[in-house]
Design a protein around this ligand. Structure first.
Ligand code: ZN
Length: 329
């Protein structure tokens, strides 16, 4: 009897401990407030930090102009924030030289929400997550995975670098900073669980997922098979509208063939690779541009409007998506 009671208590303690552990892994949330008219707009930029070189400054200049026109609320960075190998520490002056001193336009003095790319993991990955950077420039907010939300939109930022097997088994000459990740498999399993739960519970009008690696791309790296296998089914099952990424240094728009999801690459913040493409004839490809640029997003209760810009500020491609307001029964 006493043994049974003990084992019962033990089970409760273990379960409780497990719940606490699981709850603590829940994705951190940041609240967004919409404009007075209920809309939100933002810019999306990826693969940028080169101390202004390779047209980074020109892209920044055009972002400032478009940001002002759209009265943007924030900026999303899809990762590979600092080249070639992330930051060396939270006192690396590349942070100011590639970020603070480049994105100087008034319209860009808003919150920046950033994920880490594979190049960021080649330096001190934790430096980019450090509150020290926020003291240097309060716009900066970079975490591995997190959620930004309002009633209008929920944006799920997912740490995609640890999904890619080659970075673990064939890192070649590169060293990745896996502190804070531990083993690949449990990290991914827990992350997918958290993302799935958060997506399932979301009641936002628009659901957007942001990661560094493309799910679908015709650029240099192409599709990311690990994300197709593990992340995409969760996104398809939970009616997300857009998946936004960087990694390939281009701008592109590809439609999912099995769901309404639109794949949008904005990884053209500085160096681009002209003509470095594959599978250009695929049917799901709507738009591809192999020069520098960025993307803008405007959301209302009923409409999403997304535009891709080149380094001269020309609109290269536009997509719109509409949703009916719920009719009263
Ligand atoms: Zn990358």
């Amino acid at each position: 009897m006493a043994d049974n009671t003990m084992s019962f208590l033990f089970t409760i303690i273990i379960s409780f401990g497990f719940c606490v552990l699981y709850a603590s892994a829940e994705l951190q949330r940041f609240a967004l407030s919409s404009k007075h008219d209920g809309s939100l707009s933002f810019l999306v930029l990826g693969d940028w930090g080169r101390r202004g070189a390779y047209n980074q400054s020109q892209v920044a200049f055009q972002m400032g102009k478009v940001g002002e026109k759209l009265d943007i609320d924030f900026v999303v960075s899809t990762g590979d924030n600092f080249y070639d190998n992330g930051l060396t520490s939270d006192h690396d002056n590349a942070f100011e030289e590639s970020f603070t001193k480049i994105y100087t336009a008034k319209s860009l003095q808003k919150q920046w929400y950033s994920v880490l790319g594979n190049h960021d993991y080649r330096g001190d990955a934790e430096a980019q997550l450090s509150p020290v950077l926020r003291e240097i420039d309060s716009r900066w907010l970079c975490l591995r995975s997190f959620i930004v939300d309002s009633e209008l939109v929920e944006i799920f930022f997912v740490d995609t670098t640890p999904f890619v097997h080659d970075y673990f088994i064939q890192p070649q000459e590169h060293k990745y900073d896996w502190r804070g990740i531990g083993s690949q498999k449990p990290y991914i399993t827990n992350l997918l669980k958290d993302v799935e739960l958060a997506l399932r519970e979301s009641t936002a009008r628009w659901k957007i997922v942001v990661g560094h690696h493309a799910i679908r791309s015709v650029g240099h790296h192409g599709d990311t098979q690990e994300l197709i296998n593990q992340l995409l089914p969760i996104l398809q099952a939970n009616n997300i509208d857009f998946y936004m990424n960087g990694h390939d240094h281009c701008l592109e728009h590809i439609s999912d063939t099995e769901s309404p999801i639109q794949f949008l690459t904005s990884g053209a913040g500085s160096k681009a690779w002209r003509g470095d493409t594959k599978q250009m004839n695929r049917r799901d490809l709507n738009f591809f541009y192999d020069g520098q640029g960025f993307m803008s997003v405007k959301l209302t209760q009923t409409d999403a409007s997304i535009e891709f810009y080149d380094v001269f500020g020309n609109v290269l491609h536009r997509l719109t998506s509409s949703k009916q307001l719920h009719s009263s029964m």
